[in-house]
Design a binder for this molecule. Structure first.
Ligand code: ADP
Ligand code: MG
Length: 334
């Protein structure tokens, strides 16, 4: 069974950024207002996330890394809708099969923090010869997840990485997305051993400040907010878009569906077409789009990493969105 679990884990987590994304989402789900990420060797050596969220009960630590352990299923009715959000109790389990995983956590009601170490879905001794029991340690409320030696037991995967800086860039990119979307959360991300952070955002920073901090962008391009509710296709959307060239390098699309960073070929294509009609050739605009739709309409099982999604009425929704955004942009152009 461990071999099966290891293979399954290797499909969900192909690169360090996939583990990172799951851990960031967990921290956000835990109600954190502060999230700190430390990375060594592109996340292959170390990936550490510290949050100040609700913490994990000591009693839950024993089963934390068993598959389908989740606190996010309240009732059976939730099951279907919540699965589509990606709440499936598989992330920590998967990580424990392909890395060394240490969890240090403290809830509000606990008088100390607890540390547990996992191997292949189960508690393991922190050091050889020691017991399995979580150990009492000093620590503040919240959770710290430490992932070490990712893919240590999957040599083919480990060898597939060309450069650790490429993996680090993917991690920074993902954190940047959540830093824009989670507008009340402080974010920090840095490489182990470096004093300056790649991302450092205060909890109080505005969305525009977050976008500028992470993406910079030509000052000439204005960031314009939009917000719309569509009863016909039953969606809500909000975000920010530029009305001019934003970046020298590429068009940036930050897409969130129901609070999760995802990719949609369809929405990207529609936005490209919209901007092609608005801006000079080779312009690279910026769009941050947060879409809320009934989770039952979203299919996240296009790919095991759940990054690419399809959803019902994709064409109609994409078109309605582009119409709304281009109308907003036209308002200020004249
Ligand atoms: P899921 O997020 O799908 O429930 P995970 O494997 O990602 O599954 O996490 C399992 C459970 O561990 C979560 O449901 C949650 O109860 C707990 N958990 C994980 N990370 C954190 C965290 N940073 N803070 C609080 N609880 C956490
Ligand atoms: Mg999770």
């Amino acid at each position: 069974p461990n071999v099966v679990n290891k293979i399954a884990a290797g499909e969900i987590i192909i690169a360090p950024v996939h583990a990172l994304k799951e851990l960031v989402e967990n921290a956000v789900d835990a109600g954190s207002t502060m999230l700190e990420v430390l990375v060594k060797d592109g996340g292959l050596k170390l990936l550490q996330i510290t949050d100040n969220g609700c913490g994990i009960d000591k009693e839950d630590l024993a089963i934390l890394c068993e598959r389908f352990t989740t606190s996010k299923l309240q009732t059976f009715e939730d099951l279907e809708s919540i699965q589509t959000y990606g709440f499936r109790g598989e992330a920590l389990a998967s990580i424990s099969h392909i890395a060394h995983l240490t969890v240090t956590t403290r809830t509000k009601d606990s008088d100390s923090a607890w540390r547990a170490y996992y191997e292949a879905g189960k508690l393991a001794p922190i050091k050889p010869g020691q017991g399995l029991e979580p150990r009492r340690v000093a620590g503040r409320q919240g959770t710290q997840i430490t992932v070490e030696d990712l893919f240590y037991n999957v040599p083919t995967r480990r060898r597939a990485f060309r450069s650790t800086s490429e993996e680090y860039n993917k991690i920074v990119d993902m954190i940047g997305r959540y830093a824009v979307h989670c507008s009340h959360v402080a974010f920090a991300c840095k490489k182990h051993g470096e004093s300056s952070a790649s991302i450092s955002i205060q909890a109080t920073a505005s969305t525009v400040d977050r976008i500028r901090h992470v993406y910079g962008g030509a000052m000439a391009s204005e960031l314009l907010p939009f917000e719309t509710e569509d009863s016909r296709w039953a969606f809500k959307a909000s975000g920010w878009a530029t009305n001019a060239n934003f970046s020298m390098k590429r068009t940036t699309l930050l897409l969130f569906i129901n609070g999760r960073s995802v990719e949609s070929t369809n929405i990207r294509k529609m936005l490209d077409e919209m901007y092609a009609a608005l801006l000079p050739k080779n312009s690279h605009p910026f769009v941050y789009l947060s879409l809320e739709i009934d989770p039952q309409r979203v299919d996240v099982n296009v790919h095991p990493t759940k990054r690419q999604v399809n959803f019902l009425n994709e064409d109609e929704i994409s078109r309605a969105l582009c119409e709304h955004i281009s109308a907003k942009l036209a308002e200020v152009d004249t």
